[in-house]
Design a protein around this ligand. Sequence first.
Ligand code: SMG
Ligand code: MG
Length: 378
Amino acid sequence: MRLEAVELRRIGIPLVAPFETSFGVQLDRDILLVKAITSEGEGWGECVAGEEPTYSPEYVDGAQHVLTNHLLPRLFERDELHAEDVFDLLRPVHGHQMAKAAIEMALLDAQLRARGESFARYFGAVREAVDCGVSVGIHRTVAELLRTVGGFLDQGYRRIKLKIKPGWDIEPVRAVRERYGNVLLQVDANTAYRLADAKLLAELDPFDLLLIEQPMPEDQVLAHAQMAEIVGTPICLDESIHSLQAAADAIELHACRIINIKPGRVGGYLEAQRIHDLCASHSIPVWMGGMLETGVGRAGNVAMAAMANFTLPGDTSASDRYYRRDVITEPFLLHDGRLRVPAGPGLGVALDEERLREVTTSTERITREMSRATTPSR
Ligand code: SMG
Ligand code: MG
């Protein structure tokens, strides 16, 4: 196919409730959606970069800039393009995985819609519905946290993930374990601790957690291996795993026993698939992460989470976990703690044009011709 134009659409949507992590509080989202217009039809992608570079170095304005000025020109240059070519074509641009992932996703959607194949089938999915967990932010009090967790358990979520930070760790975990018995429970520190905190984190061991996610900064991979000698709870890496190579190195170093896969963090669904396969070959279970996606990103994530080695419930919550009204026509609904894997062509979801118009804050259309006129020669 040929990439004719790309629409970069920014949407602003409030969250149903504030979401607090060790690096900040979020009240609403400013999301970049990418529509690829190709000779074979259209496809959608969602960029998971946040408003600020606090989860990772990427942020949404930067993603839009790098797409416009550095990534799209490299794709417009080609007369024949497949989603499978994108990763290598964009390799000369270092980093910017979330921006790269968004355009690769849109092209994969266009390509699969054109041939009537779903994301799930393309990934070799083995199940029709996936077990869902929910990520629970830091709360002001333990009592409020218990109410929130209870509400999610009533909705049917099969696993609870508590966000932790120094000063909000052992007590909330103890309280949830005591109140809600043997519910599947895990924690995510988003890099808030240091190796010197290993003994403190070992105090979580008696609570039988599934895992501790990313206790230390992303570049401290070796320290995670050292922490694993002190802390009994399995360590899972999220932020550190930004590529297949990073996953291979972390496994080799014994820095983690479990990996969280986020396609946006690693440069796209195809790199994510390679990480899934690598982990499977090393008996490292994986689970699907979440970046507060709309139904567009969620659709791709749910499809991928249906692959064989996604053996732990993901952060694949229903549309209403974050948004009163999603931007797709049929929101993701929880059925017995699971989401159904879309079976239609491509992402298998349709954009709700009226809702999209309502939340759009800007639209930029970049065409092949424009890109040719402005690209510096390489
Ligand atoms: O989509 O439910 C979701 C979010 C899950 O906790 C979640 N994500 O580190 O795993 C993580 C965080 C990052 C979100 S901050 C943008
Ligand atoms: Mg995480």
